[in-house]
Ligand binder design. Sequence first.
Ligand code: GRF
Length: 189
Amino acid sequence: MRNIAIFASGTGSNFDAIYQAVNNKYINAKIALFVTDRPKCKALEKAKNYNINTFTFKSKNYESKKHYEQEILQELKSQNIDLIVLAGYMRLIGPTILNNYPKKIINIHPSLLPSFKGKDAVGQAMDSKVEVTGVTVHYVDQGMDTGEIIAQEPLKINNLQTREQIETEIHKIEHKLYPKVIKQLLEDM
Ligand code: GRF
């Protein structure tokens, strides 16, 4: 069975969706590690409730990204991780981890990349008054939301919708698309 690691910094609704998909055997894998940079985030609480191994760090306690990523790397290696899944992890992955997991790190982003990279992609889409936005799953490289695209799903929006309504629709798409892509990638390994 393949081992996956989830990295998250926030609420963890995508983490939840992946956990459910693993739990009901839609995804044939084990979530062997959960990594967070936010000791107080909801996602960490969930990981603990699910009895998943966790690794928590505070970046300010380290000299540099390289130093905390070396510790994360040790955890990844000791758990024999096959796929790293970023689910609302609010940091760029550096070369220490990237070079050890080429094409084995994926991220989900709430826009149709390459549009609206970075923070608050939904706000950016609303400000730009686009009629279609969506969700992208992509491989992770050194850049911010720049890696090769794996899957995308569009969402029609209009100016009558509130941010909250759009975010709810985005999340619904994410919670189906991410488990589907993870399942496929693991089967193709
Ligand atoms: C998601 O919208 C995802 O696209 C982005 O961060 C958000 C995480 O949400 N990368 P959650 O913590 O999974 O609820």
